[in-house]
Ligand binder design. Sequence first.
Ligand code: NAD
Length: 500
Amino acid sequence: MSTYPQTSNYIAGKPGVGTGAEQSVIDPFTGEVIWTYRADDASTVGAAVQAAAAAYPEWSGATPADRSGALTALAVELSSVAEELAQTETAQTGKPIRLSREFDVPGSIDNVSFFAGAARHLDGHASGEYSGDHTSTIRRESLGVVGSIAPWNYPLQMAAWKVLPAIAAGNTIVLKPAENTPLTTLLLAEACSRAGIPAGVVNIVNGPGPDTGQTLVTDPALSMMSFTGSTAVGRHIAGLAAANGTRLHLELGGKAPFVVFDDADLEAAVRGAVAGSLINSGQDCTAATRAYVHRSLFDDFVDGVTDLMRRVRLGAPADPETDQGPLVSFRQRDRVASMVERALRDGAKAVSGGQAPGDDLADGAYYEPTLLVDADQRSEIVQQEAFGPVLVALPFDRDDEGIELANDVPFGLAASAWTRDVFRAQAAARRIEAGTVWINDHIPIISEMPHGGMKASGYGKDMSSYSFDEYTQIKHVMSDITAEAAKPWHTTVFAHAEQR
Ligand code: NAD
């Protein structure tokens, strides 16, 4: 508690205290309040946007090498507080400390390092004399002030995914993390200052979405809004942004299919399904949620997943032996529990889990690793996000059917196909509607490659140099090379002027 920043916002390089309604950060393991803060109101959000606007000319005019140097220093700063970041992330989200130490924190630092390099080479087409009389060149320019809103499932990583490509490209940013998980984002802002990133380049405001978040989205000084969160809120934000003509990037919900063909390595598929569905207690937008398994393997797959799920160790988030911690909040746990209850009422069967654990875990927001069978493809549990440790298994008979079922949901964020046949793998990669398709694995992400969705999962990319397509704008500069006052194309407008 004492190491947490005693601030609600970080504006123009300084911590500040909000003046809005009191907010609590609750440890979902104990149910205890670990931190309180006052939400940032409209005047504070406005001040943050102004600070970002004031910092923009200098930061956007800095050389790529200078920006790259600052990001390299940020990676060093974050590495020096890696354990504090991991502990804080675990305290505010309930995720197992192993996950924070091995995935969230190093993944975020790697993202910083990647963008430190990427800042120095933005892509574009070759210059050329396409008209014959001009040299055309392409400039890739920053946008201005980016507003950003992030979710609670991977607070530090989501903040990194938002901040890094934006500032590497020369923008400045105002980021609002989820109201229940603000702490590591504030630590990130402090690290930015220590790394020498100029004041006002990275600004943080905190508070509830409909208040602080909505005020940010509707600020007319924003050049772009980048949002990661649920599809419903994303669509609401799209309406608000449209009113100001604000450019938008949306990373929304997912419902990833996990397609197991009849030639798959069953053991690999079973292990992949359990790891892919339970990571971060299933609160992962790319988590495996729907396993479509060829009927010839179905019973063995269900037995294998059930057996492995039962061996997953639920426990205290701070214990390195813990595999699965509580969900982020009691509200989220109850949401998952009621969705599973509705599925069971509609005819699904829980072969593993399907309830909150009792005994010594009853005080935390836990939910047992859950495998459901006999659900209907059209049912809520198959069609909508549960965002908890819940996997549904359904059988299929033909390859086409497996892929059609995989595509038969509103979402298109991530998917995996399990097969030893390269042609099947290629067909699945081509036909499955998702921003990422893994072959014989599910979950790994890397900074060099893009992350983003299709369909109701949104559009635009986080990570990789593809993200610069969101955070930069293209300018075409066309320069005359003839030095002639009379251009051939003038005759289209005044063909006979010389004769009059
Ligand atoms: P959420 O949509 O409820 O909230 C996300 C953020 O939006 C929070 O910061 C919240 O305060 C803010 N918000 C809420 N209402 C708002 C409003 N009216 N105006 C402005 N801001 C508002 O989502 P969540 O519950 O925090 O996160 C879980 C969701 O995020 C899931 O749907 C998950 O799939 C999605 N997600 C997607 C990705 C991706 O990359 N596609 C990554 C992580 C999470």
